[in-house]
Design a protein around this ligand. Structure first.
Ligand code: HAM
Length: 430
């Protein structure tokens, strides 16, 4: 029979690497808490329309990469519904914001999420079909201050602090403004005009996008098209006074906080919902998939999916890429050793070993229990792989309450009273 394997582009995450995943996630939670964010968990699948309308029909993600299926009607009264595994979480968060009337409090909503997303991309290093994002969204009615450039700067400063706290060095923040809904039509006219001549010489996707959604031409990755794209009009030259002032205020805030950035005029990002600020943090160590995270403003998204006016800004970090970056920087994570390996001397001692393990674990120690059927040599070999110490537990030890403990690193073997075992086995720095 053929062996069943994980689907291409999906992976099993195993220990000890999952320890790194947990460290990243708990650091994110700790940092986001300090900025007063709360956690939101939205469903992994949503109505296909949410992404088609929110993210945009013409985006690569919606037109090529979604996992969509017809959810069969279970009764005659039910209709078949088109459902999609979420390719990103911003549309879901905004849907939840609308559905639960979160704007009605008049307060700004600061929400973060951690979870899997799904895109049918061509798998390669740093690009998977099931990948994990750690993201956050700041959204609220305009009266809550949701449009303020202070929010943009705060989010970017939070990201810089998060990466610093994880010890990631060498990241680069690229930032741009894609203008508001007022600026966009003027820019699109100029872009279309320029593309009239250029598009026929470009890739098929660009030829299509030039007609259906010219802004997406700027996302093209085909090498031969790059010089042509560089020659196109730049959105920065089409910002009105308000958009220009907003962008400047974001940059002034970043300067004040000492967060370094580079303005990148082509950073329009792949989704239709963006307006004004867009940004990406890149890392050279990642190779082709060098975006560690991306985000921006989406001031009109709520209205596009049927909600009230609710400007917002957010980001999503590619957790898979954070893991790759940290591993490249700090090396592969080694398994954590248990504080002690308890070796019962004979199967009759197995229950006593479990009792001792229970005592020590309740005292906060990390304990592995062997098996009384092991010969002493095998116990030592196994213990040496798994733990810093071995505790021998024979009938004598149980009767006398004195335990034999050997430290593998020093080779020192001592007899200690059972009551003192927890203290003796605790690593020195704790
Ligand atoms: P995005 O740029 O599509 O934005 O994704 C954000 C990050 O997710 C990327 O920078 C990358 O690190 C990671 N990522 C994306 N696709 C993959 C993949 N196939 N494999 C591994 N990692 C991947 C968004 O998703 C927006 N929702 C961000 C946002 C939030 N904008 C406003 N609020």
């Amino acid at each position: 029979m053929s062996i069943l394997k994980a689907i291409s582009g999906t992976r099993d995450l195993l220990p000890p690497q999952t320890e790194l995943w947990n460290r990243i996630e708990s650091t994110a939670r700790a940092v986001f808490n300090r900025y007063n964010f709360g956690e939101i968990r939205t469903p992994i699948f949503e109505n296909t329309q949410l992404f088609a309308r929110g993210v945009g029909e013409e985006t690569d993600v919606v037109s090529k990469e979604m996992y969509t299926w017809e959810d069969r009607a279970r009764a005659q009264s039910e209709k078949t519904t088109s459902l999609t595994l979420r390719p990103e979480n911003t549309a879901g968060v905004v849907r939840a914001y609308i559905e639960h009337g979160l704007g009605e409090s008049g307060m700004l909503q600061k929400l973060y999420y951690i979870g899997p997303q799904f895109r049918r991309e061509r798998p390669q290093r740093g690009r998977y079909r099931q990948f994990y994002q750690i993201g956050a969204e700041v959204i609220g009615p305009p009266s809550s201050g949701s449009e303020s450039p202070l929010r943009d700067t705060e989010v970017l400063e939070m990201l810089a602090s998060f990466l610093d706290e994880l010890g990631i060095t060498g990241w680069k923040l690229l930032i741009n403004s894609v203008g508001s809904a007022n600026d966009r039509p003027r820019y699109i006219v100029a872009l279309k005009e320029a593309l009239d001549d250029l598009a026929p010489t470009m890739c098929v996707d660009c030829q299509r996008r030039a007609v259906t959604n010219p802004l997406r031409v700027l996302d093209c990755k085909v090498p031969e098209d790059q010089p042509k794209i560089e020659s196109l009009p730049r959105i920065g030259d089409y910002l009105d006074e308000d958009s220009q002032a907003h962008f400047t205020a974001v940059l002034v805030g970043l300067d004040a906080c000492g967060v370094e950035y580079e303005i990148s005029h082509r950073l329009v990002r792949g989704f239709d919902y963006y307006s004004r600020t867009t940004f990406e943090f890149q890392h050279g160590g990642l190779g082709a998939q060098n975006a560690l995270l991306g985000g921006g403003r989406y001031d009109g998204l709520s209205e596009i999916i049927g909600g009230p006016k609710a400007p917002g800004i957010g980001f999503a970090i590619g957790a898979d890429r954070l893991v790759l970056t940290i591993e490249a920087q700090d090396g592969q994570i080694s398994p954590t050793l248990a504080d002690a390996y308890i070796a019962p001397l004979g199967e009759g001692q197995n229950p006593a070993a479990l009792v001792l393990a229970r005592e020590l674990r309740r005292g906060g120690l990390r304990i592995e229990v062997g098996d009384g059927s092991f010969r002493i040599k095998k116990s030592f070999e196994t213990g040496n792989k798994l733990a810093r110490n071995i505790v021998l537990l024979g009938e004598d030890e149980v009767q006398s309450g004195m335990l034999t403990v050997k430290n593998f690193a020093s080779g020192e073997q001592v007899k200690i009273q059972r009551e003192q075992a927890a203290a003796a086995l605790t690593p020195p720095h704790e």
